[in-house]
Design a protein around this ligand. Structure first.
Ligand code: APR
Length: 240
């Protein structure tokens, strides 16, 4: 890792972070998009066309989420955030993941692609945390306005990720940018590694496979997040 002193850090995570907790990634062997067309289950158009089919897809994932537990990588990132906060060093954990495993590990992430543990009413805008109702074919109505069907509070393809200005401001000010378990294929988030590089941050990438947006100047740490991230966190804390 670069010898640069750690002044502020942004950690971007993707599905690979939660793979060791038994949650499938999207691309690659056994990924969610294997045998499932994005257009059929993860777009506003699919929701308008066939809400029951989209709902079933997300209900199965929400049911699996209830059982999932954080792994050593989630726990290490929570420690990083906690210890840097005590040192008054900025640390932003931005995640593309819609699972709540970082929260279960005690961290406070920014969910740029929304949350599977939450449902949203498209009529009144109400958002509720709900992992109770996970029956695949039973819709959940809105307790606020009685709209018959809440939608998963996730960002679908064609929708704008959340908190982009906040994350990009943090990247511009960061001395270190770490990308964990993401294939670097989905924009605009995939552009954050290049933004960090352009702003002079030390860029560290951790994943099982080299992501598409990796560049020679980036430090690449191959392996499973649960095995590699705890050591990476020790190095970041030592770079203080
Ligand atoms: N540890 C670390 N990295 C892993 C592991 C693991 N155990 N298992 C897989 N990976 C890596 C793979 O090498 C790959 O680079 O995680 C990455 C997973 O890539 P994707 O499945 O494409 O997931 P992600 O990058 O998070 O997808 C981005 O796409 O489908 C949309 O909205 C969805 O947020 C998601 C976005």
């Amino acid at each position: 890792m670069s010898a640069r002193p750690l002044r502020s850090v942004v950690v971007l995570s993707g599905a690979g972070l939660s793979a060791d907790s038994g949650l499938p990634t999207f691309r690659g062997a056994g990924g969610l998009w294997e045998g499932q067309r994005i257009e059929d289950v993860a777009t506003p158009e699919a929701w308008a066309r066939d809400p029951a089919r989209v709902w079933r897809f997300y209900q199965l994932r929400r049911a699996a989420l209830r059982e999932a537990q954080p792994n050593a990588a989630h726990v290490a990132l929570a420690r990083l955030q906690r210890e840097l906060a005590a040192l008054r060093v900025a640390c932003l954990l931005a995640t593309q993941n819609v699972d709540d495993l970082l929260e279960k590990a005690g961290a406070e992430p920014v969910h740029v692609h929304g949350s599977l543990a939450h449902l949203r009413c498209e009529r009144c805008g109400r958002v509720v945390r709900d992992l109770e109702h996970v029956e695949p074919d039973v819709a959940v109505s809105c307790a606020g306005c009685s709209a018959p069907r809440l939608r998963p509070d996730v960002v679908w393809f064609g929708e704008v990720p959340r908190e982009m200005p906040r994350v990009e401001d943090a990247i511009r000010a960061a001395s270190h940018f770490v990308a964990i378990g993401t294939s670097g294929q989905v924009w605009p988030v995939a552009g954050w590694l290049a933004l960090a590089r352009a702003c002079g941050a030390a860029t560290i990438v951790q994943a099982l496979d080299e992501p598409e947006n990796l560049q020679p100047g980036d430090v690449f740490r191959a392996g499973r997040a649960a095995d590699v991230v705890p050591g990476l966190v020790d190095e970041l804390l030592a770079a203080r």
